[in-house]
Design a protein around this ligand. Structure first.
Ligand code: GRF
Length: 193
């Protein structure tokens, strides 16, 4: 089998990106080849530097006009992993990677999803709504925020002692536990080369 080559796109801290990179470090069939960010000061760039993976920074115009897609193609990227990427994926990228772009969202979609629902806003909304359950969703990406086909969800209870910070901490742990292995089985099944 030809090796599957992942690009991770991230806009923030990149803790999921690092966790995914570590998971695939010695993998026979999957490698993380590229990390891209739309924010030049995003910590993800610094965080992944020790792993020797090529990084690139781009602006909104380059995302929209197809230059980012061209860079992914030039690097022979087969699958695109969004890990805290805060921009809408343009049609040119979706058309280049149909059903080959995956995202993680820190809620049980369709609850607490959509435009404006990112970062701490999500657990804050969960607590404010008095929800009994929180969780994560891993889904394929289409032109609308958080609306592609769901491939994995896992719930955790919201504790009576939780505030948004403690809840987000447990959600992050759930992400670290699941995102790499869900990516692995997705890439190696229907999504594989
Ligand atoms: C994660 O909570 C993820 O669900 C969301 O953005 C956050 C990224 O965190 N899409 P990090 O940058 O991986 O630390």
């Amino acid at each position: 089998m030809k090796k599957n080559k992942l690009a991770i796109l991230a806009s923030g801290s990149g803790s999921n990106a690092e966790n995914i990179i570590r998971y695939f470090q010695a993998h026979p069939d999957v490698e993380v080849k590229l990390v891209g960010s739309n924010r030049k000061n995003a910590f993800v760039i610094e965080r992944v530097a020790p792993f020797g993976i090529k990084t690139f920074v781009f602006n909104a115009t380059q995302l929209m006009d197809g230059s980012v897609t061209d860079q992914l193609k030039a690097a022979e990227i087969t699958h695109v992993i969004l890990a805290g990427f805060m921009a809408l994926i343009p049609p040119n990228l979706i058309e280049a990677y149909p059903d080959r772009i995956v995202n993680i969202h820190p809620s049980l979609l369709p609850q607490f999803g959509g435009k404006g629902m990112y970062g701490m806003k999500v657990p804050e909304a969960v607590i404010a709504a008095g929800a009994k359950e929180a969780g994560i969703t891993i889904h394929l990406v289409n032109e609308k925020y958080d609306e592609g086909k769901i491939i994995f969800q896992e719930a955790i209870p919201v504790l009576s002692t939780d505030d948004a910070t403690s809840l987000m901490e447990r959600i992050h742990q759930l992400e670290y536990k699941n995102y790499p292995r869900v990516i692995e089985s997705w890439v190696l099944s229907a999504g594989s080369q």
